[in-house]
Design a protein around this ligand. Structure first.
Ligand SMILES: Cc1cc2nc3c(=O)[nH]c(=O)nc-3n(C[C@H](O)[C@H](O)[C@H](O)COP(=O)(O)OP(=O)(O)OC[C@H]3O[C@@H](n4cnc5c(N)ncnc54)[C@H](O)[C@@H]3O)c2cc1C
Length: 137
């Protein structure tokens, strides 16, 4: 619909920038610093949305800090919960990167497609694999 609406509009100029799609989970905690949101790459590799993940990661950290005092325990629990909630972003990144680079998709892409679907629906984006297949046929 957007393509259709813009078909007859002459662009004045177009600018674009690359955005980071790869999670930065290895940098989640370092010394006295614990990262939340975009600082640890919590941006959906599929949609580029990062507001919800930023808020959720901050909420996860706050809830852990309410229960724990020990910094090492906080870091460990935080890492565990972030990986549980967002570890699949690594797979989404691999999928997007494989498609962008024209690499052949393996069987694991099927499972990742379901994770991609869950991600889109989580952001309130209507998505049906059947519609996508129909679009390409
Ligand atoms: C053009 C664009 C469009 C986007 N559109 C969407 C969208 O539609 N939906 C969506 O969900 N996400 C979108 N995103 C992604 C989303 O904006 C970010 O993922 C999200 O804002 C990350 O939140 P954050 O709190 O982790 O980081 P940020 O919002 O980047 O906040 C970090 C803050 O830290 C401050 N800061 C940095 N360094 C220091 C320092 N040394 N000392 C003190 N303060 C510092 C910065 O000024 C900033 O205010 C978009 C991003 C871009 C660039």
């Amino acid at each position: 619909m957007v393509d259709e609406a813009l078909r007859y509009v002459q662009p004045g100029f177009t600018v674009g920038r690359k955005i980071r799609m790869k999670p930065l989970f290895e940098n989640m905690v370092r010394d006295k610093v614990i990262g939340v949101g975009e600082s640890i790459g919590l941006v959906s590799p599929i949609t580029g949305e990062g507001i919800l993940p930023a808020l959720e990661s901050a909420e996860i950290l706050v809830q852990i800090m309410k229960r724990q005092d020990d910094p090492d325990m906080i870091k460990m629990a935080y890492r565990k919960q972030i990986m549980k909630a967002y570890g699949y972003y690594e797979h989404l990144y691999d999928l997007v990167s494989a498609i962008q680079n024209g690499r052949t998709l393996g069987l694991s892409a099927l499972r990742t497609s379901l994770q991609a679907r869950r991600d889109l629906i989580g952001f309130g984006i209507d998505f049906s694999i059947r519609k996508v297949i129909r679009h390409f046929l």
